[in-house]
Ligand binder design. Structure first.
Ligand code: ATP
Ligand code: MG
Length: 161
C-alpha cells in the first residue's frame, strides 16, 4: 500500500476572474522509502502541493491519504497531532523560532507532543548535518545553509513516517 496518496486533489485560491488553480486534479502515490522530486517553474504549485500533503492547509476538493488515513477526516486538533507524529516538513522559508536555540528548535515538535527526544537519534541527525558545534546558537547567528539544515533536522527528529 502507498504510504502517501492523493486523489483528484485540487486547490484553488480566490474566486472568479482572479482565481488561481494552483492544483487541478493531482493523483500521486508514493511508497514507503521512495524518493520523489517535484519539479516545476516558480509559481507552478509545488509548495501548494506540499502544504496539502503535509496537512498544513486544506484542499478545495479531493483527498490526501497518509499511512492509510484520509487526513480530510481529521479535525484541526487531530490533524496537528497527526502531523507532529507522522510528517516531517521543511518550509521553503524554514520557519525557525528566533528565540529558541538550534537544539530547542530541533526538539520543539517532540516536546510539544509531550515526548522525550531520542537523544541518540538527534545526535546522529545533528552530526550528519554538520550542526554539532552550533547547538547553542540562535537562528539569526547561522548562515542560510545552516538554517536550512536546522529545519531539516527538526523535520527528521520525530522519525516521521
Ligand atoms: N495563499 C495564496 N493565495 C493566493 N494565491 C496563492 C497563495 N499561495 C500561492 N498562491 C498562488 O498559487 C500559485 C502556486 O504557488 P506555489 O507557492 O505553490 O508555487 P511554487 O511552485 O512553490 O513556486 P516557487 O518555486 O516560487 O516556490 C502561484 O500562482 C501563487 O501566486
Ligand atoms: Mg514554493
Amino acid at each position: 500500500m502507498a504510504l502517501l496518496k492523493t486523489q483528484a486533489l485540487k486547490k484553488h485560491y480566490g474566486n472568479g476572474d482572479t482565481a488561481v488553480h494552483a492544483l487541478d486534479g493531482v493523483n500521486l502515490e508514493v511508497e514507503s522509502g521512495e524518493f520523489v522530486a517535484i519539479v516545476g517553474t516558480s509559481g507552478s504549485g509545488k509548495s501548494t502541493l506540499l502544504h496539502m500533503l503535509g496537512g498544513l492547509d486544506r484542499p478545495t476538493s479531493g483527498n490526501v491519504t497518509i499511512d492509510g488515513k484520509d487526513i480530510s477526516t481529521l479535525k484541526d486538533e487531530e490533524l496537528t497531532i497527526f502531523r507532529r507524529r507522522k510528517i516531517g516538513f521543511v518550509f521553503q522559508n524554514y520557519n525557525l523560532v528566533p528565540v529558541l536555540n538550534v537544539y530547542e528548535n530541533i526538539v520543539l515538535p517532540i516536546e510539544l507532543d509531550g515526548k522525550e527526544p531520542d537523544k541518540t537519534h538527534i545526535d546522529k541527525i545533528v552530526h550528519t548535518l554538520g550542526l554539532d558545534h552550533k547547538m547553542n546558537n540562535l537562528p539569526n547567528n547561522l548562515s542560510g545553509g545552516q538554517q536550512q539544515r536546522v529545519a531539516i533536522a527538526r523535520a527528521l527528529a520525530a522519525k516521521p513516517a
